[in-house]
Ligand binder design. Structure first.
Ligand code: 5RP
Length: 218
């Protein structure tokens, strides 16, 4: 299987986690796009979705799936999303698609985070993928200097404005030995909206596609 076939296989496997008559939390990215396309076949069985980005909202609506504002929803059974890296502890780096903040908010509400990846995303330690940090524009240089003090090499993602009107710094060469601690430390910098470490709230289930099919890690 090539990478796209793996993404499709794992996205289709995630549909089993969607319960009838519920609102589904939906992530962002190319793997999730396959999930949204699959969800379209179940659209009459679910109430609708809460989305984590403008791109996912558009795709959901195109399929005729009702998209709810998170503020109208008390409870989400599952949140389904991809990742850029995931460890055996189900800690993740996310935000390659710049949607990390809304992803973190929607996933915080959900009872279960189902992470859907192909096998290229499973890593022994986080940090090879540059860590995205969403920053209020006026704080960009300050936050970059602080990230250097933490041992990283921040790079401004040119030409990208997030759905929240902010900018992204991608932090290279971080040694992420304690993801929960680093997640809190970076979030505490003035001007940081959030960072792409999902360790304090990791995944509950990781579905990972390899050449032999889809494996589930609980
Ligand atoms: C977007 C994300 C995505 O989940 C992550 O980048 C993985 O994307 P893809 O499925 O396209 O590889 O965090 O902000």
């Amino acid at each position: 299987m090539d990478q796209n076939q793996k993404k499709e296989a794992v996205a289709k496997a995630a549909l089993q986690f969607v319960k009838p008559d519920t609102i589904v939390g939906v992530g962002t990215g190319s793997t999730v796009n396959y999930f949204i396309d699959g969800l379209a076949d179940m659209k009459n069985d679910i109430i609708g979705a809460v989305s984590s980005s403008n791109a996912s909202t558009e795709r959901l609506k195109k399929h005729g799936i009702q998209v709810f504002d998170l503020n109208e929803v008390d409870d989400l059974d599952v949140y389904i999303d991809g990742a850029d890296e995931v460890t055996e502890h189900k800690h993740m780096i996310k935000g390659g698609g710049a949607a990390l903040t809304q992803e973190k908010i929607v996933s915080a509400v959900a009872r279960q985070f189902i992470c859907i990846v192909d096998d290229s995303k499973r890593v022994p330690m986080l940090g090879k993928f540059p860590l995205p940090v969403e920053v209020i524009p006026m704080a960009r240089s300050y936050v970059a200097r602080e990230l250097v003090k933490l041992g990283g090499d921040p790079v401004y993602r040119q030409g990208v404005t997030t759905d929240n009107g902010n900018v992204i710094l991608d932090v290279h060469n971080l040694e992420i030995l304690n993801p929960r601690e680093l997640e809190a430390q970076i979030n505490n910098l003035a001007g940081v909206v959030t960072n792409g470490l999902f360790a304090m709230r990791g995944a509950n289930v990781v579905l990972c596609a390899d050449d032999n099919g889809v494996n589930q890690y609980d």
